[in-house]
Design a protein around this ligand. Structure first.
Ligand code: PEP
Length: 248
């Protein structure tokens, strides 16, 4: 059965510059193939990235509409810049800023309300994996969205499986480990709506680089990647994007 269109997204976290926008847009200008490529720069660079021809989204959005929320950025404004996507529930947002499953579900809802496609990040910590709680944790994180919005909301979304122990550590999940969790996620959603599950793009994130991406992306239920550190290096990122070709 044909896989879904591959998606490779770069999460710059709190890194990047106008120079990086320029370098990356030059590198990816004319990138063709059956792969959708996206970048998630810090908020002040989103507009420049879009103006330079990149597809760009936000790393998070507020769960509120515009108002007295100093320091927050609302989904409507992000959409007005021409962004199509936002990350929600990245593990750094959950761990450092205390976002709960319910906060993440609220952000997911707000993103969709304003026309952004949420990329829901899920994944277990190292100790949760050691205690064999991976499926339970990932299920709980996805269920928070399903309980709030119904399974139909997943039709216009992407899920990124990012084991916390693999993010920024150089410890990538093996293709088999990653595929097993991706299959678990797809099977879980298939039990609720097989059509949504079949079309839902599932990304792997966690120390993906230009050496390991091809094998990861070749797995049946892995439809691309969410790339942190390597997305800040234009050559590596281009090579990772190329490695997703033919996997859509
Ligand atoms: C991330 O930030 O989502 C990520 C996967 O980072 P890295 O690729 O650096 O592990």
């Amino acid at each position: 059965m044909a896989k879904r269109k591959a998606l490779v997204a770069g999460n710059w976290k709190m890194n990047g510059s106008l120079e990086l926008v320029e370098q990356l847009s030059t590198k990816l200008n004319g990138f063709d193939g059956d792969v959708e490529v996206l970048v998630f720069p810090p908020f002040p660079l989103i507009k420049s990235a879009i103006d330079s021809g990149l597809s760009a989204g936000a790393q998070t959005v507020s769960e509120n509409d515009a108002g007295a929320f100093t320091g927050e950025v609302d989904a409507k404004l992000v959409a007005q810049l021409g962004a199509k996507y936002t990350l929600v529930g990245h593990s750094e947002r959950r761990a450092i800023y205390g976002e709960s499953d319910s906060d993440v579900a609220n952000k997911f809802a707000k993103a969709q309300e304003h026309g952004l496609t949420p990329i829901l990040c899920v994944g277990e910590s190292e100790s949760e994996r050691e205690q064999e709680l991976t499926e339970q944790v990932v299920s709980r994180q996805i269920d928070a969205v399903i309980v709030k919005l119904g399974v139909a909301a997943l039709a216009n979304s992407v899920i990124a499986y990012e084991p916390v122990w693999a993010i920024g550590t150089g410890k990538t999940a093996s293709p088999e480990q990653a595929q097993a969790v991706h299959k678990f996620i797809r099977d879980k959603i298939t039990a609720l709506d097989s059509n949504i599950a079949q079309n839902l793009r599932l990304l792997y994130g966690g120390s993906v680089n230009d050496k390991n991406s091809e094998q990861l992306f070749a797995q049946e239920d892995i439809d691309g990647g969410l790339i942190g550190g390597a997305s800040l290096k234009p050559e590596s990122f281009e090579s990772i994007c190329n490695s997703a070709k033919g996997n859509g």
